[in-house]
Write a protein that binds this ligand. Structure first.
Ligand code: RTP
Ligand code: MG
Length: 140
C-alpha cells in the first residue's frame, strides 16, 4: 500500500503570527515527510469547494472570508497513518480547550472573533485527503 498522505493548511492567523516554522517543525519532529508546500492566498471559490461539507452552516461565509484574508501555507505531508497523526498533533477544533502539547492547545486561543481561528487544518480521512490534495495540488 502506498504511504498515507494528508493535506495540511497553516491558516492565515498562524501565517500572520509567524508560526509557519513552528508548525512545520512539529510535523518534521514527529517524523512525517513534507511532499509539497506552497504559500498562497486562496480564492474564495477554492475554499468553498474545500469546505463544501460546511456549506449552509452559520460559520461557512465567515470561514471562507477568514481563510482568504491572507496567505496560507498549503502542504502535502506523508507518513504511516498521517491523517490521524496530524489531527492528533493539531488538537481539538476549539483552541481554548485543545489539550496542551497540541498545536492548537499550545499556540491558539479565542480572540472573540466570529470564526474559530485555530491555526491549522488537517484532512479528516484518507478520502478527504485525496479530495483535498487534488483540489490544492492538481496532478500530485
Ligand atoms: P479543519 O477542518 O480546519 O481541520 O478543522 P476541524 O476539522 O477541527 O473543524 P471543522 O468542524 O471541520 O470546521 C472547519 C473549520 O471551521 C471553523 N469553525 N468555526 N464558529 C464555529 O462554530 C466554527 N466551527 C468551525 C474552524 O476554523 C474549523 O477549523
Ligand atoms: Mg474539518
Amino acid at each position: 500500500m502506498p504511504e498515507a498522505r494528508t493535506l495540511v493548511l497553516v491558516k492565515p492567523d498562524a501565517v500572520r503570527r509567524g508560526l509557519v516554522g513552528e508548525v512545520l517543525r512539529r510535523i518534521e519532529a514527529k517524523g512525517y515527510t513534507l511532499v509539497a508546500a506552497e504559500l498562497r492566498t486562496a480564492d474564495p471559490a477554492l475554499l468553498e469547494e474545500h469546505y463544501a461539507e460546511h456549506a449552509g452552516k452559520p460559520f461557512f461565509e465567515p470561514l471562507v472570508t477568514f481563510m482568504s484574508s491572507g496567505p496560507v501555507l498549503a502542504a502535502v505531508v506523508a507518513g504511516e497513518r498521517v491523517v490521524e497523526g496530524f489531527r492528533s498533533l493539531a488538537g481539538a477544533t476549539d483552541p481554548t480547550s485543545a489539550a496542551p502539547g497540541t498545536i492548537r492547545g499550545d499556540l491558539g486561543r479565542d480572540w472573540g472573533r466570529p470564526v474559530t481561528e485555530n491555526l491549522v487544518h488537517g484532512s479528516d480521512s484518507d478520502e478527504s485527503a485525496a479530495r483535498e490534495i487534488s483540489l490544492w495540488f492538481p496532478g500530485l
